[in-house]
Design a protein around this ligand. Structure first.
Ligand SMILES: [Fe+2]
Ligand SMILES: [Fe+2]
Length: 282
């Protein structure tokens, strides 16, 4: 049997989700150095749902600002452009994949719990390492396995063959995908991220979260998400598609330079923040 090319598969899927127009517009504004907080606020406040959501999120315990932030402009000034884009991207991506198929709803929710766990993990590890793009790490974690969702929703036949192989051989999902399909969710995720015109940094992390060293100048970010993925599986947050913990990439571990004595604290913080945010989102 010949192995299909993932790019061809993506092209075959007409109803692959697109991002809402407002989010695309916001991404454009954020990438344009000439745009101001006012321009961005105008686009956001045009959309009542987005406005309500943004204000709810910035006033949540997740951000932990001491005072209430009543306006969109205030939120932009406090959080910055990138954070706002990431925040809106996050909530829109949640929407895209919500309730499309009742039969798969439960599986999808468990996948999302895994993604959310990894997002929180990436944020906590990023904080520990004093990384300067915490928001982006959060979104990278959230989207790292988006290829699995694409597979589940748009390639159900291929997906069920992968699931059967995982059950039969008790292997990692990536191993099963490579074996059965000849490509894996990281490649599918990369194609989707490119189609959405996400920043290169995000594309690279999604593409290389299992081999962070291949992410070039974003190897550090990919390594953070790689470790977060392992931690959230160890902490039993959601379901990543198989019952195994992916092996820790030694080069990634060396790059991160995390003191082993800090692992307990990092995982403890992850656990606490995960519960806070999942209560908030649900
Ligand atoms: Fe993965
Ligand atoms: Fe994962």
């Amino acid at each position: 049997m010949s192995i299909p090319d993932p790019q061809k598969i993506i092209e075959r899927i007409d109803d692959l989700p697109t991002l809402p127009r407002t989010v695309l517009k916001i991404t454009e504004l954020v990438n344009d150095p000439k745009s101001s907080a006012k321009d961005l606020a105008r686009v956001i406040t045009d959309d009542q749902v987005l406005t309500a959501r943004l204000l709810k999120l910035v006033n949540s315990s997740f951000y932990g600002f001491p005072q209430r932030i009543p306006t969109v402009t205030g939120a932009i000034v406090l959080l910055g452009f990138d954070a706002i884009r990431n925040l809106l991207l996050t909530t829109s991506v949640f929407d895209l994949f919500a309730n499309r198929n009742r039969k798969m709803k439960q599986d999808q929710e468990r996948f999302w719990d895994h993604s959310l766990g990894c997002a929180v993990g990436a944020k906590v590890i990023g904080n520990y390492l004093r990384h300067d793009k915490i928001e982006e790490l959060f979104v990278s974690g959230l989207l790292h396995d988006i290829g699995k969702i694409v597979e589940m929703m748009f390639l159900p036949h291929e997906f069920s063959r992968v699931v059967a192989a995982i059950k039969k051989e008790n292997i990692l999902m990536t191993t099963a995908e490579n074996k059965v399909l000849g490509y894996n969710h990281a490649e599918l995720g990369k194609l989707l991220a490119e189609r959405w015109n996400l920043p290169v940094r995000l594309v690279q992390v999604i593409a290389h979260h299992h081999q962070p060293n291949n992410a070039g100048s974003f190897a550090m970010e990919a390594a953070i998400v790689h470790l977060a993925d392992i931690f959230c599986r160890a902490l039993n947050m959601g379901y990543g598609g198989d019952n195994k913990i992916p092996p820790l990439d030694t080069q990634a571990w060396e790059l991160l330079k995390i003191d082993s004595s800090a692992i307990d604290t990092i995982m403890g913080t992850m656990h606490r923040e995960y519960h806070d945010i999942s209560n908030f989102i649900s």
